[in-house]
Design a protein around this ligand. Structure first.
Ligand code: C5P
Length: 222
């Protein structure tokens, strides 16, 4: 093993979807499988980092040696992340966090009625943006942008608005990249707006390339 700048560093990865409860038996969620986040956690561990993986509900095995914190919804993910904002060197947000949650959660099962039903939604905390706002020099914030339209342009905007060091713009076409599948097509954009388009590859390989880029950013800071 070469001497990775990640060795001995604390890397936090968020992964998977979140579930936002409507009532005791129903929720709102998305198709995220957690594969990209788990691949990143495993790759960071291989490079000698101390890895904490904060994950929503997924069907994946915990990579060996990785500390896993299971959460269900965005507020829980935020609470776990917040406790380790200060101690991590790299924060990688690969989770597909729900932007909204129902403002009232009913205890039991909501009964159907013969009229339309309206669900009022409130905003969830933005876990990555919050880290970007409080991070100290030397801490790196890395995000993903899954876009169906104007991907790179939106990713650049998120990089700026969330004060990120690196963003991976994720093409979404359901067969080769995005949610659930094993492969991905990423365009990496760093804080200097330098763009690197990666070809179609397995998520495990995409994770390694993303970590290579993070290592270069860490080296350039020294
Ligand atoms: O704004 P958008 O949801 O597209 O941003 C995507 C990035 O922000 C991802 O890295 C995602 O994990 C992170 N995010 C977050 N908390 C949210 C929403 C998004 O950490 N509530």
């Amino acid at each position: 093993q070469y001497d990775s700048p990640l060795k001995g560093k604390h890397v936090v990865v968020t992964a998977g979807p979140t579930r936002e409860k409507i009532d005791g038996v129903r929720f709102i969620s998305n198709y995220s499988s957690g594969k990209m986040g788990f691949a990143l956690a495993e790759a960071a561990k291989e490079r000698g980092a101390k890895v904490t993986l904060i994950t929503g509900p997924v069907h994946l095995q915990t990579p060996e040696g990785v500390e896993r914190l299971d959460v269900e919804n965005a507020c829980e993910m935020y609470a776990e992340a917040k406790r380790i904002y200060h101690s991590c060197s790299v924060f990688i947000a690969a989770a597909a966090v729900a932007d909204y949650r129902p403002d009232t959660v009913y205890d039991g099962k909501l009964k159907k009625q013969n009229v339309e039903m309206q669900l009022r939604m409130v905003r969830n905390p933005d876990i990555l943006a919050e880290f970007g706002a409080v991070k100290q020099s030397g801490q790196l914030a890395v995000g993903f942008a899954l876009e169906t339209d104007d991907g790179v342009e939106n990713a650049r905007k998120k990089l700026r608005e969330k004060n990120l060091d690196l963003i991976a713009c994720n093409t979404f076409d359901r067969k080769t990249s995005g949610f659930e599948v094993d492969t991905n097509v990423l365009t990496l954009i760093d804080r200097n707006l330098e763009e690197t388009a990666l070809p179609l590859m397995r998520k495990t390989e995409a994770a390694r390339q993303l970590l290579d880029y993070i290592e270069r950013l860490m080296d350039s800071e020294q």
